[in-house]
Structures are given as C-alpha cells and as structure tokens.
Ligand binder design. Structure first.
Ligand code: FE
Ligand code: FE
Length: 168
C-alpha cells in the first residue's frame, strides 16, 4: 500500500499509516538480522548486530504501545522500501567470499536500514507532537535514540578497523 492510499485523508491517518509502515519494517528487520549475525566475522560487529536484534524486538513492543495509546489496531502495511533495502543486502552479501569485505558490506547495508528507521521515527515524532500526542512522541523518541546510537557505532566501525582490514 503506497503513501497515497485513498484511505489517508488527515494527518492522523498519515500518522497511523506511517506507524504501520515502521511496524512492518521493524518486523522484517528482526527476521533479517539473524542472517547478518551469521555472516559477520568481526566479533564487535557480530555482537553489535546481536545487541541491535534485542533492541529491535524492543522497538516492536514500543510501537505496539504507541498503537495502543493512540487507540488503533497494531498491524503492519507492506513497506517496499525496507523490503528493497533488505533484498539488496541479501543479494550483495550472497556474492562476497572475503570475510572482511563481507563485514564492510554488512555495515553499509545496516546503515541504510538505520537511516530508513531514523527518517521514519523523526517524521512520526514530529507528527505525534502536531497531533497533541506527546505521550506517543516520548516512546518513539526512545526508538529513535537507539537507531541513532547504532548508526553511530556502525560509522565508527566503518571508519576504523573493519574497512581498514578489508582494504589490506
Ligand atoms: Fe528499529
Ligand atoms: Fe535499527
């Protein structure tokens, strides 16, 4: 279902639609991360993915709390954007034999996922505030903070050891 679904008429509808989009995305990420953990070689990267898998399970629970606070059913809507990002990761990482180059590819792919989540949560927080739902915004901000922290850690890894080793 696209952004311009005919059911979307108000900012509230758009908020709920986008909440369902991120709910779907978070669920797809939980399914994709075990594969990334398997493929990662660098221990810090592997542990980082494991930690973020647990955090992502928490993100789903928080989004469910927001659905409940807002009085709407917790359900997902197809999000072709996140499907595409995950599909591309699986395609690329299926073709890399060098372990360090694989780690570099996994970092790049995960950063694309985190950036997608960051843009969605940023939007949802702004809309929640505009709709007078600061209670929802407070919960969504907790997810945003964890996505940003993960992205920052991945940048640090990309700029240090992992990519340096891949270039050797
Ligand atoms: Fe998340
Ligand atoms: Fe994330």
């Amino acid at each position: 279902m696209g952004l311009f679904s005919k059911d979307i008429k108000t900012l509230d509808d758009l908020f709920v639609h986008t909440l369902r989009d991120i709910y779907y995305a978070e669920n797809q990420i939980v399914k994709a991360l075990p594969n990334m953990i398997d493929k990662a070689t660098n221990p810090a990267l592997k542990q980082g993915f494991e930690k973020h898998l647990r955090e992502t399970e928490g993100h789903i629970k928080r989004v469910e709390q927001v659905f409940e606070l807002h009085g709407v059913e917790a359900k997902g809507v197809d999000c072709p954007a996140i499907d595409g990002i995950i599909e591309e990761t699986e395609e690329i990482s299926g073709e890399i034999d060098d372990k360090q180059v694989m780690d570099a590819a996994l970092i790049a792919a995960t950063q694309a996922v985190e950036h997608y989540e960051i843009t969605r949560y940023g939007t949802l927080i702004a809309w929640a505030d505009q709709l007078g739902r600061s209670d929802c915004a407070t919960i969504l901000k907790q997810n945003l903070a964890e996505e940003k922290a993960t992205d920052k850690k991945l940048t640090e890894m990309a700029e240090s050891r992992v990519n340096m080793q891949a270039a050797e």
